[in-house]
Design a protein around this ligand. Structure first.
Ligand code: WT7
Length: 676
């Protein structure tokens, strides 16, 4: 079949892909074990978790009870003691001390490898340094770093001593960083002088310096020299050092011993918070804990990525996202895998860099995002053809729905039609993958995340919580607690309850719409709340709106997502300017009075200013693709912005559906006229 024919049959959901015999034979999870697990989960769910915890994780002390469930609060493996860094490092020292744990590749091509023994020593040294600085169990530590081995060391060292880490993506602005530091009331920031991004230096340390002007709780800053040369030589890249507060990483660790005892932590000891966007302007600190999290991270890595000792595993996520936590660091290291880390972007120095890395390092398992796959498709197949990708045996996708066209391209061009593709559905909140094909078992349909994993009770329901029929759309819910679920929103139990456990009675509401087809396959339809997914990054429309209204020229703003070929969704902001914004008040720019006039709409300078303002407030990932000026926004009589209408306008669609609740129908007409 040609690709075109394939896509047509795929779009009609008729074409299915079965795992190859050779893959089935060697898979970590086979059909008979899968059937046994499903039966066990259906008949004795606690026994199911008990058995998995016993077989996959090292515990210093066993639990008295598998689950303590007081909806919506859960405690898993109650009374047990463990340590995640012990599971990721110490337990491999007997058989895998000299196995490569990390292969790190810098944006400028440098390469560093660390064995399990070496990674263990680095983590021990840094744990000792943290203890000497006075960091105690439950203290919050912010990690704001490029993707370098020290970032992984920092996470594991916090986990080793029971400090709670909170990684802030290096692309976030100093404002976003300050908000997160203050919400966490953190004592320490671990950063680098800078990070490389497409040949440019991102000034991480100076962002930290700026942020800390508003962060009274921070006592120390540890700085890794990534961009500047070694400390005993003159710096190429100058960072200011605040004596008494800032310390270089290399100065700290050089004095430390290469062993440190892991703290014996309670199974419910907090491991990390990770900030993610919700439906309000304020990011939420999603809290994950120890025993349940590492169990599900480990088991899903084994089942879904089929990790073997011989694999070179590469997940392209940054550690600033949940995927970087669970499937770059904790899951694969707990499985004793060889993990590749790449510091750079997929298109620098050119569109072949990923394929070059796969070829040179014999990567066998590759996990990336649909937005990256679509960019590769657009860049052209010739980049892929430059390198031999025959080491690949399994492919994964995450972050947003993968469209069947991208799935087919991935399958044919990267997977050479032989690699199973796992389209994994999950969230920051779920801690690990909940819906995904199992590569040696599941018959896949391109575009479907297929089925919930054993132990996961997912369902598509209506507003009253009743299951909907085949192919009917509804809300995606999880009906029973699972070990890697978020425990709360840091410092805000009420918001946790309200956000996730109040919309549909007795179930966790994910915020996604979905449907199940007649064969029971799950098709994720995207967010049903005010969260948008731009290049797989999760953003709240309200967060971008607050950033816009914090600009002195803006009175009101409404932000919506609209479909985009590569990014999945793009951002359109409708902006009402303050009535006194005239040519004089915005400097020498020609902004005429009568804002909605075509010349104001096309005021490139003001548009660019507002875009840059959002970049400054949040970061480049939140930069609007389009800004449209208007003199009012369509609202319901109760004052709610009618985003559906704005979405239609942003995507150039004819406005459909009911507009009878619109407060001022003329607003819509005006917006339409402006479009023409
Ligand atoms: C949201 C969670 C999970 C790690 C990365 C994103 C969307 C995620 C899929 C998928 C369709 C997906 C959902 C979800 N999403 N994976 N395979 N198919 N949609 O984590 O930033 O917390 O975002 O990403 O909308 O709710 P996140």
């Amino acid at each position: 079949m040609s690709t075109e024919e394939n896509i047509i049959s795929v779009l009609s959901e008729k074409r299915t892909f079965s795992p190859h015999e050779s893959f089935i034979k060697q898979a970590n999870l086979n059909k008979s074990e899968y059937d046994r697990l499903i039966l066990k989960a259906n008949t004795d769910l606690e026994g199911f978790w008990d058995e998995l915890a016993e077989n996959n994780i090292f515990w210093f002390k066993k639990w008295e009870k598998v689950l303590d469930w007081n909806e919506p609060f859960s405690k898993w493996f109650v009374g047990a003691k463990t340590n995640i860094s012990y599971n990721c490092l110490d337990r491999h020292l007997r058989n895998k001390a000299n196995k490569t744990a990390l292969i790190w590749i810098g944006e400028n091509g440098e390469k560093k490898e660390l064995t399990y023994k070496e990674l263990f020593s680095e983590v021990c040294k840094f744990s000792n340094s943290l203890l000497k600085l006075g960091i105690k169990e439950l203290d919050r530590v912010i990690i704001y770093m490029p993707l370098i081995p020290e970032a992984v060391v920092a996470m594991l060292a916090c986990a080793r001593i029971g400090a709670i880490h909170s990684v802030v993506f290096g692309g976030f602005s100093k404002e976003a960083l300050a908000d997160r530091i203050n919400d966490a009331k953190a004592r320490l920031v671990i950063t680098a002088d800078g990070g490389y991004r497409r040949g440019q230096v991102v000034p991480l340390k100076s962002n930290v310096d700026e942020a800390l002007k508003k962060c009274p709780t921070i006592e120390n800053v540890i700085v890794v020299q990534r961009v500047g040369v070694c400390h005993d030589k003159p710096l190429h890249f100058n960072v200011s050092i605040n004596r008494g507060r800032d310390i270089f990483y290399h100065d700290l660790v050089s004095k430390e011993s290469e062993v440190s005892e892991p703290h014996l932590l309670d199974s419910e000891h907090p491991l990390f918070t990770l900030y993610t966007s919700g439906t309000t302007g304020k990011p939420k600190g999603i809290l994950h804990t120890t025993g349940g999290y590492i169990l599900w991270a480990t088991v899903t890595t084994k089942w879904i990525f089929d990790i073997k000792d011989t694999d070179v595993y590469w997940c392209t996520a940054d550690i600033g996202w949940i995927t970087g936590h669970t499937y770059v660091v904790y899951g694969p290291l707990s499985c004793g895998a060889t993990v590749l880390l790449y510091e750079g972007a997929p298109n620098y120095p050119d569109w072949a860099i990923f394929w070059k890395i796969i070829n040179e390092n014999k990567v066998s398992v590759f996990y990336t995002a649909p937005t990256a796959i679509r960019s590769f498709m657009k860049a052209g197949d010739e980049w892929v053809k430059k390198y031999n990708l025959s080491s690949l045996r399994l492919l994964g996708s995450v972050g947003e729905p993968i469209n069947p066209e991208a799935w087919m391209w991935y399958h044919e061009n990267i997977g050479a039609k032989k690699c199973p593709i796992v389209d994994t559905w999950w969230q920051t909140e779920t801690g690990g993958i909940l819906i995904s094909p199992l590569p040696g078992i599941t018959v896949t349909k391109p575009g479907s995340a297929t089925f919930p994993l054993p132990g996961i009770f997912a369902s598509v329901v209506d507003q009253d919580g009743n299951s909907v029929g085949p192919n009917e759309g509804g809300s995606l819910v999880i009906k029973k607690p699972w070990p890697s679920m978020l425990r709360t929103i840091y410092g805000d139990d009420e918001r946790y309850k309200k956000n996730y456990w109040s919309q549909i009675k007795g179930a966790y509401f994910a915020g996604d719409g979905a449907r199940c087809d007649e064969d029971g396959y799950f098709w994720i339809l995207g967010r049903v709340d005010d969260v948008i997914k731009v290049s797989g990054h999760r953003l709240s429309t309200m967060e971008i709106e607050s950033a816009l209204v914090s600009h002195h020229d803006v009175a009101e703003a409404a932000v919506v997502g609209y479909p985009h070929d590569i990014k999945g969704e793009a951002i359109c902001a409708f902006v009402v300017l303050k009535s006194n914004v005239t040519a004089r008040s915005v400097g020498d720019e020609a902004v005429p009075i009568g804002i909605a006039s075509p010349s104001a709409r096309n005021d490139i300078k003001l548009i660019e200013k507002l875009k840059q303002h959002v970049v400054k407030e949040i970061g480049p990932i939140a930069k609007p693709d389009q800004i449209k000026f208007t003199d009012s926004l369509p609202k319901t009589r109760s004052g709610k912005i009618m985003r559906r209408l704005l979405r239609d306008i942003a995507s150039g669609k004819q406005t459909t559906g009911d507009t009878t609740t619109l407060e001022d129908v003329s607003v819509l007409e005006k917006l339409r006229i402006e479009e023409e």
